[in-house]
Design a protein around this ligand. Sequence first.
Ligand code: UDX
Length: 429
Amino acid sequence: MRLTVIGAGYVGLTSALAFAVVGHDVVCVERDPVRLSRLLRREDPLGEPGVGELLGQTAVRFVETDPEIDRADVVLVAVGTPMRPDGHADLVQVDEVSRSIAFGARPGAVVAIRSTVPVGTCDRLQTGALLHQLVVSNPEFLREGHALQDTFVPTRIVAGGPSAARAVVEALYAPLRERPCGSGVAAAQVPLIWTTSRSAELAKYAANGFLATKLSFVNEIANLADVVGADAGAVLRTMALDPRIGAGHLRPGLGWGGSCFPKDTRALAALAAGEGYDFIVLRAAIEQNNRQLAQFALMIERETPTDASIGLLGLAFKAGTADTRESPALALAHRLARTGRRVNAYDPAIRSTSDTAISRVDPDALAACTDADAVVVATEWPEFAALDLRALRDVTRGDLLVDGRAVIDPVRAAAAGFRYRGVGGLPAG
Ligand code: UDX
């Protein structure tokens, strides 16, 4: 099958590589010249496990524009849909790309929208710019840091659009639906849910909205546990053992971030509001997330002098990536810097930053925390759990250790001479 993938970000590049590995003929279009030249040198622009190796092994062709897009059976759209100031998704790139596909692709070709787009976008494209193609909503569910793995072994595939497109979409995914031996998943095949484009579009927002809401709920439970004198860890471990709840996304922290949850939750709330539907649970989840971070910042501000030096451990929005988009760690640094505090940081995946809230990025945790009045763990890197806390306490000026990711053992922290503040332990209200 001949495939043109438009956009070589996390979604586009990993899709292009996976479809090429399973035997499709893939061209990947990238308009950013810097990223394109890296791809032409077969260099990984994402820092995702396995991408560098696969770039060297597959025959994906990277181009600025695909002159043979008329040969494509499927055009896969994976361009950005960033957040507009009003919370809605910005569809400028999707619309622009759709116009060029309409111009180049053959009538009847399937155009699969992998980008996260508001409900109704595919219907609008189908009756507008892409009148002569078959528009299918086909969102992805990949996690950063596991992008290739999630593309090769997806938990599910959802696609929706005109029924004439169904057989093409099924043929496209057929090789990826066979579960590899030892994947540990009982089902013989990855489920493919064929539905309407509106349902597929909403399914993506629903999954991210639910996970974000789950995390906000978890953070509320952790805060409440502290208020009522319960052990949040024991409560959450008990919840995790209920298969209806599941063990994933149950770790409390200073809030959720990244390139998807903040953007998608706000877009979903804005979408609902635009239809006159008040999505109260989601609105509360977003508000709780803002409050969670604000409470951490307030607690640090109350317990340190205004000219304090803060050793910030972690800059990435989560462990396993160098991505700082909508990172709670950076949002916290901004609040602290605004009140006059100096923030020196260390992150295992980040060597430097142009972010003005960070005074310095150090090569290790001890350097970042030397003479610090407070140490703040803001990303759940496993190496922070294994820190030599006595050595850390030896270099800090103050004794405050704020564990915003529940990675440090409070007993060890106290034994090393720290005043430990965890995810509970926040001022109520
Ligand atoms: C998410 C979804 O998981 C993925 O399915 C979707 O396609 C894109 O958005 P990602 O943004 O890569 O993926 O990260 P994820 O692992 O979900 O974490 C998001 C945020 O939640 C991070 O800030 C992370 O630190 C936080 N988080 C996650 C927690 O605070 N606790 C947890 O238990 C899990």
